[in-house]
Design a protein around this ligand. Sequence first.
Ligand code: PLP
Length: 443
Amino acid sequence: MSHVFHRNLRATLPKAVSASGIHIVDQHGKQYIDACGGAAVSCLGHNHPSVLAAMQEQMHKLDYAHTSFFTTDVAEELAELMVANGPQNMRKVYMVSSGSEAIEAALKMARQYFLERGEFKRTQFIARRQSYHGNTLGALAVGGNAWRREPFQPLLMDATHIAPCYAYRNQREDESAHGYGQRLVAELESEIVRLGPDTVIAVCMEPVVGATLGAVAAVEGYFQGVRRVCDKYGVLLIADEIMCGMGRTGTLYALEQEGVEADLITVAKGLGGGYQAIGAVLVSEKVANVFSSGSGQFMHGHTYIGHPVACAAALEVQKVLMREELVTHCAEMGPYLRDSLHQAFDANPFVGDIRGRGLFQAIELVQSREDKKPFDPRFKLNARIRDAAMDLGLMVYAMGGTIDGRLGDHILLAPPFTVSPAQVQEIVDKLQQAVQLATSSIP
Ligand code: PLP
């Protein structure tokens, strides 16, 4: 009997015993292609020798030093590299140990930014429905995933949610993509006005929605409109790039492709590539200056922030990305993955949409393409596809199927950036088989 409190106490999970490149091997020697990087984490694949060496070297030098007492070379170097490679307006990096912690830190930093400025009435956050910002209570409050929020609703702080930018389902036939985006921007503005512009702290959005919808990018002009509205009312923009950032969409930050700068950016998964638990908040000059000329102290902190071994891992992951030009490779392999998905699924009546950016691509399953009706969530199609894929030795990130039936079923692919064309083909072939197997049992 296992004494681990597993996510699913009834499931019998295989044991991962080793990993290398894009493969994980279980206790029976069965090999799985990690086509989703776990949860879009493993950007370099597994067992990269130079990352392991960097971690080992750091462990032998300095295992841990609390950040109330010390800074370290690795933390300083990582922050310097992230600022140098980041959007132009970014000046500082606040390090944490996970995505949810990055969001918590960003929310509190945004609140304190206004306290430092004497704007005490600002207490509200605006985010979007069908978004995911993490599972801690603050992150859950901001997130717009009804299914995850529901059991904890009475414990959550106030946050309001507007429509996601999800053209496949919500763009009207009588409007252009641009018009659709601007309609949503107008909704954001109305929401700020409704709440009272001097009460809103920040708007928090994923530039490409990951864990709830599967690789949904906004329509052109949307984020520019969001930025314009935030500026008009002095509201901060938090870009949650925890899943889509650090190169996955073909640029280091996904928001770069929208021609917009955020005030705070949260990152995690691809920052450490799974080698260590690390996340961070990139802090713009605008926000950092208010702190440095104000109290000089962020009222927040955790024991393991800036952990030297985590910083060493993240630093080397970022150096490998640069040395091996993997973000460019990601940008080049993305269209190849997308084309392969089209070849495999264009004729499949149950695949309603194929979308994404870079090596962040997803398919959405529907009962019929005409009315885009999702499957009954009780059928758990996405989980069936995931299980069929696991049987075939393929890991995919499956999501959807909420009680209200609105989310539908989505399968996300987020393979390591090192993936080869032949491996992309193998991933798509296996996914095609898994979808075939799972949909053949539709009642
Ligand atoms: N934000 C986004 C966009 C995410 O996709 C996730 C995780 O999937 C999180 C936040 C939470 O990150 P973590 O699971 O590391 O707490």
